[in-house]
Design a protein around this ligand. Structure first.
Ligand SMILES: CC(C)(COP(=O)(O)OP(=O)(O)OC[C@H]1O[C@@H](n2cnc3c(N)ncnc32)[C@H](O)[C@@H]1OP(=O)(O)O)[C@@H](O)C(=O)NCCC(=O)NCCS
Length: 139
């Protein structure tokens, strides 16, 4: 039998549930150490052909590790496979540099401006992603 040892880095959460099951089966008080922690979340609204990303946030100490990218990718996978959406949309404050950079890195393009969205004189940018275009969003 060959046993392989892997060091899991912060980006790799794929084995956390398995570790938790093992922990539960081995220790009576399995809540002493719980490897599962919510690092962030995304709210998505599905319409017939579009998925709208209405909110996304990641714990401060886990930022720049690809968590938001992973959340959006997972959401868009569901949007295309289960919901058959053709586009993804979102509204963003142009002053929110981390969010703007995140969406641009995923291929979202500017699709207009919503005046006074965040209050008087504070517009939101509308961004859109073509989910059929694999070059802009390779799932
Ligand atoms: C925006 C936010 C969700 C990004 O989460 P994250 O998990 O850190 O993002 P990722 O690690 O997936 O970043 C992917 C890319 O986005 C860009 N990016 C993310 N944060 C950035 C920052 N602070 N400055 C510049 N670029 C940034 C980078 O291109 C990054 O790739 P890189 O790390 O390889 O350079 C996070 O900063 C956050 O929760 N902010 C507060 C809530 C918020 O503003 N939400 C969006 C509006 S609802």
């Amino acid at each position: 039998m060959t046993i392989n040892f892997h060091v899991l880095d912060a980006k790799d959460t794929s084995h956390l549930n398995e570790v938790k099951q093992l922990e539960k089966s081995l220790f009576k008080k399995s809540d002493v150490w719980s490897p599962v922690q919510i690092l962030g979340y995304a709210f998505l609204t599905f319409t017939s052909v579009n998925v709208h990303i209405s909110k996304i946030a990641v714990r401060e100490s886990y930022r720049r590790l690809g968590v938001a990218t992973g959340l959006i990718r997972e959401g868009l996978k569901i949007a295309t496979s289960r919901q058959r959406c053709l586009t993804a949309s979102l509204h963003v404050n142009p002053g929110n540099t981390p969010a703007m950079s995140l969406y641009e890195s995923l291929g979202f393009k500017l699709d207009g401006q919503l005046h006074d969205y965040y209050g008087q004189g504070k517009p939101a940018l509308k961004m859109i992603l073509d989910l059929l275009d694999n070059s802009s969003f390779p799932i």
